[in-house]
Write a protein that binds this ligand. Structure first.
Ligand SMILES: Cc1cc2nc3c(=O)[nH]c(=O)nc-3n(C[C@H](O)[C@H](O)[C@H](O)COP(=O)(O)OP(=O)(O)OC[C@H]3O[C@@H](n4cnc5c(N)ncnc54)[C@H](O)[C@@H]3O)c2cc1C
Length: 474
């Protein structure tokens, strides 16, 4: 193995890209401005890490494939992550009713703080792949020409440095300057699409109340069908700390329905703005461990850059993760898409090496394909909210939305349809899975049982819930 790859950014996308490249090149240098602690600590370069992050099954599958020999699921569970079965371990209220608690232990996702996930993935990559190293520094621009990128200019404590590379992978996240860096090389006119609902997330971590021994991930979904701002809320079990079990509570509202940042307003939103009071009833009794943190600026926009359509593309450059496309976080897709792109990056070296002409162009086209499905999932719903910018619903969107609503409503009481839906939302299948003949027929026939209007609690949860409501009424 010869050649060197430089990866910009040591987030999930960057570290998994490094894992993908390690078997194919002599050494992989990851450039990251943050000083990276050996532990699960929130850091400046990942402001989104203060908010809820779900790792979908498709993302976990990709991580497994990139870290052979490591049982990634077990490793993350041992680190403190919590596994949730969508079929039985989820309390989810859709616009048309609650999901049943099916008698199946299937379709899992992992929850934990983003800080834990980031640190665990970074530690796994660095400990298993000896030719990957991280250099502290900030990428300033590309070195090379419109025909070939040859390295990265980096600002370090010691001054400006030049890191030569046969392949540069930009995984610098949503703030990446790659479009400007390409323009500096003479490649401009990269098309960009932005669809923005003006979503704001407000998040606070709580100690789980002592009276609650166990509580499922609780999700009150936004309703895109009423022509009003979307308002949603979630209680997410995350890794415990020394004091015990913790919940991350995340509220979200599209423009006109934003959750407030003050503690009293945060709590009031759970009662006044959400479709069910259960989140408020639970957190009224929970000790807050942090302030309320809100997303700022344009963090939650859907942004897609069409690098793969550029007339010119240099050898030696690929763009992945949020630097390529970001999605409204309500759909929990970004990390899993970045992981799947890393698998594609690895596979590109099956019949090529870093010197193969056209390799970078081929990689860029292939990684962009992972954007299509998640982009459709996010944007086809987002266009329905009022005040959305960047797109307006077409007739086709409205037809698709009616079908999507019928899928979700049927899924709440039909396990086969729920499986199809979770395959898509879990990024194990593209949206076409919802149009397979079997699913299509079941959806057209409609819900096979009455929709669930009552929250589907198990007996012990019901007792806890009743107890908490009594205390609240006193
Ligand atoms: C509120 C919110 C909630 C979300 N929830 C979910 C969820 O539930 N599930 C999910 O899958 N996704 C979620 N996402 C999306 C997820 O955070 C991103 O998709 C994911 O982090 C993308 O990984 P990345 O490696 O491309 O970028 P990032 O994780 O953002 O990493 C970028 C890295 O690049 C570094 N960097 C920046 N500039 C430079 C530079 N000039 N030189 C070198 N390094 C640089 C940064 O310090 C950082 O370490 C959420 C996003 C938001 C905003």
């Amino acid at each position: 193995m010869t050649g060197r790859a430089v990866v910009i950014g040591a987030g999930i996308g960057g570290m998994l890209a490094a894992a993908a490249l390690a078997p194919a090149v002599g050494d992989v240098v990851v450039v990251e401005p943050d000083a990276l602690a050996d532990g699960p600590h929130q850091r400046k370069g990942l402001p989104q890490g203060q908010h809820a992050h779900l790792l979908m099954a498709g993302g976990l599958d990709a991580m497994r494939s990139l870290l052979p020999g490591l049982d990634v699921r077990r490793y993350l569970l041992d680190a403190g992550a919590v596994e949730v079965s969508l079929a039985s371990g989820l309390l989810a209220r859709t616009p048309d009713g609650w999901f049943s608690r099916f008698r199946h232990d299937s379709h899992h996702l992992l929850t934990c703080t983003r800080a834990l996930l980031d640190w665990a993935v970074r530690a796994a990559v660095l400990s298993r792949l000896s030719n990957v190293k991280i250099v502290q520094g900030k990428a300033l621009g590309l070195v090379g020409t419109a025909q070939r990128v040859q390295g990265v200019r980096v600002a370090t404590d010691a001054g400006e440095d030049l890191l030569r590379a046969d392949l540069v992978v930009d995984a610098g996240g949503r703030g990446s300057r790659i479009v400007h860096w390409l323009a500096d090389l003479g490649i401009d006119g990269i098309q960009e699409k932005v669809v923005d609902t003006g979503l704001t997330n407000a998040t606070r971590i709580y100690r789980r109340p002592a009276v609650v021994t166990d509580w499922p991930l609780t999700l009150l979904q936004a309703d895109p069908y009423r022509g009003e701002p979307g308002r949603s809320g979630m209680i997410l079990p995350i890794e415990p700390d020394d004091g015990g079990e913790r919940w991350m509570v995340s509220l979200a509202g599209t423009k006109g329905g934003e959750p407030p940042a003050d503690p009293a307003g945060f709590l009031a939103y759970t009662f006044d703005a959400l479709a069910d009071p259960v989140i408020g009833e639970l957190i009224s009794h929970a000790e807050p461990l942090t302030d309320v943190v809100r997303t700022r600026g344009r963090m939650t926009r859907n942004v897609r850059r069409y690098f793969e359509q550029s007339a010119k593309w240099p050898e030696g450059l690929a763009v992945v993760g949020d630097a390529l496309a970001t999605f409204n976080p309500a759909y929990g897709q970004g990390m899993s898409v970045a992981a799947q792109q890393a698998v594609t990056l690895r596979d590109a070296f099956d019949r090529a090496d870093v010197t193969t002409p056209g390799l970078a162009r081929g990689i860029q086209r292939a990684v962009a394909e992972h954007v299509d499905g998640p982009w459709t999932t996010a944007v086809s719903q987002d266009v329905l909210y009022p005040f959305v910018t960047g797109a307006a619903p077409t007739v086709a969107d409205r037809v698709a939305a009616r079908y999507a609503r019928r899928v979700a409503a049927t899924a709440t009481v039909s396990y086969p349809v729920a499986r199809a839906l979770w395959d898509v939302t879990g990024l194990r299948a593209g949206p076409a899975r919802l149009m397979s003949p079997g699913t299509l027929l079941k959806v057209l026939l409609g819900p096979p049982a009455p929709l669930n209007t009552e929250i589907p609690l198990k007996p012990r949860e019901r007792r806890t819930h009743r107890e908490l409501r009594c205390v609240l009424q006193e």
